[in-house]
Ligand binder design. Structure first.
Ligand SMILES: CC(C)(COP(=O)(O)OP(=O)(O)OC[C@H]1O[C@@H](n2cnc3c(N)ncnc32)[C@H](O)[C@@H]1OP(=O)(O)O)[C@@H](O)C(=O)NCCC(=O)NCCS
Length: 474
């Protein structure tokens, strides 16, 4: 037996056409005697339940059914979930087995499932990662393989599962969540609080046969992990302070090293007069080359330009037809650099990436050292000010006093700045500055922000581009 849900409905169902559970009988009686029953709905069962039925009573407010159980999957259930995912995504079981073999996929992952009558009808995989916001690490919960059994869609089961995972993330002080959806699931995630984060997919078409002149850097393909310590050192030097880049611990390198250098992946190490200055992780397909990660001194656009030229030359030599440069913020500097090169690029916008802030207070507590450093770098030292950021996801007050930054909850005496969740995400991730957010003019007019307030917000949230954003998570 199971009890399900449909918007505003309380559902009852049975395989045996018998109401033999005390709870369900009780709920049935209560529902029948309720003044709020507007409508009754019969939902026939599917293959999982081999027939049977559900009855849904519209009682005006949504409450998930009695035996829709949401919990983390046990080891054994990971196997069962493979069959479930194959069915839910209309793909082969092997497709999902292949995923399971990837070290980044299995790493720090929890599977959450929704069960009806003990059978899996919904699935979410939660991947726990850490990324840097400047020098401060924050906790990320990426979600993937979100699915409900085709016969149980639009009944609220998927939302209920996600809500449970969100509650868990909030409780455990996760700070941000990324996912890759698509047009068909945009509304589903939008309602759950994720915001679309438009990116550009950039391909460089390789039509030429002559290599570009690139006198600056020497390139070496790392074979069998040779010089891998140089890669770790470059990461420590250039990526550890970059917003959006993955926190890579010793354990991380041990786990990922082989994956990074195993075909079709490979690492190119870039040297200047013999010294390593940059590295790039690529994936070679049958016709195209994909850049997964570039680690370099981001203050030096010249070096990025040289690496790109070097990779284009590598692609020409190895007869690749195109290079996928990745998913980039719409105004990423790499786009300008490519425009200046004698190559053809094809760009298209993509809205698949969605981001959601989770526990905002804990987020600001974690980035406090970075905020302090940003304040120290500004000419606003000595300023005394409290700003409460009001956002539907959570409120937080940043107080600047005696060159120190304090983070606390909402404060009545602070300057209140209302930010929608998209603007706050963008400021945190360094994709925009305060003066460029959509609501800026409206906010400054309404609140009468002073010059100092605006300067303070700009100092606390400077623009800082990540590169190869999504792959950076691995
Ligand atoms: C996306 C997916 C997981 C949603 O699962 P679901 O169980 O159908 O989700 P819900 O029933 O909670 O919500 C689905 C829709 O029903 C609506 N809904 C929610 N509760 C409802 C209820 N009680 N009654 C009726 N509709 C409801 C939701 O608002 C949502 O509407 P939307 O399309 O406007 O967003 C499911 O459609 C699926 O498995 N799709 C195929 C796999 C896939 O594409 N996964 C996403 C990968 S990123």
């Amino acid at each position: 037996m199971h009890v399900g849900l449909r918007k505003g409905f309380s559902n009852f169902s049975s395989n045996s056409n018998m109401m033999n559970s005390w709870n369900q009988k009780n709920l049935l009686q209560q529902t029948y005697s309720s003044n709020h029953v507007h409508e009754v709905l019969i939902i026939p069962h599917d293959d999982i339940y081999a027939g049977g039925w559900s009855v849904a009573f519209n009682i005006g407010e949504a409450s998930i059914g009695l035996d829709y159980e949401v919990r983390k999957a046990t080891e054994k259930e990971y196997e069962v979930a493979l069959d479930f995912l194959a069915l839910a995504f209309s793909k082969s079981r092997e497709y999902f087995i292949e995923y399971e073999s990837l070290p980044w996929f299995r790493y720090n992952r929890e599977k959450w499932i929704g069960l009806l009558g003990g059978k899996i009808i919904s699935n979410v995989d939660l991947f726990t990662r850490e990324i840097f916001i400047g020098k401060s690490p924050i906790l990320v919960g990426d979600i993937g393989h979100v699915a409900t059994h085709p016969s149980y869609r639009n009944l609220g089961y998927g939302s209920e599962l996600i809500k449970n995972v969100l509650r868990e993330m909030d409780r455990k002080c996760y700070n941000i969540s990324f996912l890759f959806g698509g047009d068909n699931v945009y509304h589903f995630y939008d309602k759950m609080g994720w915001v679309a984060f438009p990116e550009k997919i950039v391909n460089v078409e390789i039509r030429r046969e002559t290599e570009l002149t690139n006198p600056n850097l020497e390139m070496e393909k790392l074979e069998g992990g040779k010089d891998f310590n140089d890669v770790i050192e470059l990461y420590n030097k250039y990526d550890r302070q970059i917003t959006g880049s993955t926190v890579r611990t010793h354990e991380y390198w041990l786990r990922y090293r082989d994956w990074m250098i195993k075909e079709p992946n490979f690492i190119l190490l870039w040297r200047e007069k013999g010294d390593p200055v940059a590295c790039s992780l690529c994936e070679g397909g049958s016709t195209g080359l994909r850049i997964l990660w570039i680690c370099y001194d981001r203050k030096n656009d010249q070096i990025l330009s040289s690496i790109l030229k070097g990779i284009i030359n590598y692609a020409i030599k190895n007869k690749y037809r195109y290079i996928n440069v990745g998913f980039l913020p719409l105004d990423h500097p790499i786009l300008k650099i490519l425009k200046m090169m004698p190559v053809e690029t094809v760009c298209r916008n993509n809205n698949n990436m969605m981001v959601r802030l989770i526990n905002v207070k804990s987020l600001f507590e974690k980035i406090l050292p970075e905020l302090e450093e940003r304040l120290n770098r500004s000419n606003l030292k000595g300023l005394k000010r409290s700003i409460t950021i009001e956002c539907e996801i959570g409120n937080v007050t940043i107080t600047i006093y005696d060159n120190e930054v304090k983070v606390e909850g909402r404060r009545e005496d602070a300057v209140h700045i209302p930010l929608d969740k998209k603007s706050l995400v963008k400021l945190i991730l360094g994709h925009t500055t305060f003066e460029k957010i959509d609501q800026y003019i409206e906010i400054s007019r309404k609140i009468g922000l002073t010059d100092k307030d605006i300067k303070l917000m700009s100092a606390l949230f400077p623009k800082q581009y990540p590169i190869h954003w999504n792959y950076g998570h691995y």
